[in-house]
Design a protein around this ligand. Structure first.
Ligand code: PAN
Ligand code: ZN
Length: 195
């Protein structure tokens, strides 16, 4: 059975992946991600909830190899801003990635490193999102149940969190009147500041 090890399985209802490496991210690890830093510190003073877990399956780490991860991102908000992943560029910038939603309502923010081109796209079943290389990406749960998705990437992709953490994503996704809206981060912050 030479290829048996290449069969894996996950539960799209819970995001559980048999035999996977699990990374858990708590609110305290997302300092600087949420635009409203006062709301962030106030929430963290009360509790440090689990925001998401990522189960990664890698087979080999050579050039040409692939891996995948199943993410479970909890519903919730900091102020009006929905729970999100840290977001990153790939350490190997050329590496692209494909995301597919399984369950829940979410979006992704994509932002090109070179010129700041940016867009919010829905993360849904049957609508794979291709994240090209050199593109920062962040996942956001805009719904009321855990958002479950798969990401398939070159094994060599790696994560560079620092580059986008410094510049930050230029867009924020916030709840307004029960609906998610995407706004320019700087403009939104200046509107709130002038209240
Ligand atoms: C995904 C992400 C996962 C968690 O596997 O790593 O959604 O997001 P952060 O890594 O930004 O915390 C992926 O994009 N891998 O390349
Ligand atoms: Zn990625």
């Amino acid at each position: 059975m030479p290829f048996e090890k290449f069969l894996s399985s996950f539960d799209p209802e819970t995001g559980e992946v048999t035999g996977a490496r699990i990374t858990k991210r708590y609110l305290s690890e997302l300092r600087g991600c949420f635009a409203d830093s006062a709301a962030y510190e106030a929430a963290l003073a009360l509790a440090d909830p689990l925001l998401y877990s990522v189960s990664t399956v890698d087979y080999a780490a050579g050039e040409g190899d692939l891996g995948y991860a199943v993410g479970v991102l909890m519903p919730g908000r900091i102020g009006p801003e929905y729970y999100m992943t840290k977001g990153h560029l790939h350490a190997w910038r050329e590496a692209a990635e494909i995301y597919i939603g399984f369950k829940g309502d979410g979006v992704m923010l994509l932002q090109a490193e070179a010129n700041g081109d940016r867009q919010m796209l829905p993360l849904r079943p049957y609508q794979p999102i291709y994240v090209p290389g050199h593109t920062a990406h962040r996942t956001i749960n805009t719904g009321t149940v855990p958002l479950i998705y798969i990401a398939i990437f070159p094994a060599r992709a790696g994560h560079d969190y620092a580059a986008i953490a410094t510049k930050n994503f230029r867009q924020v996704v916030i709840e307004q009147g029960g609906q998610p809206v995407v706004l320019d981060r700087a403009e939104w912050l200046s509107t709130r500041g002038s209240r």
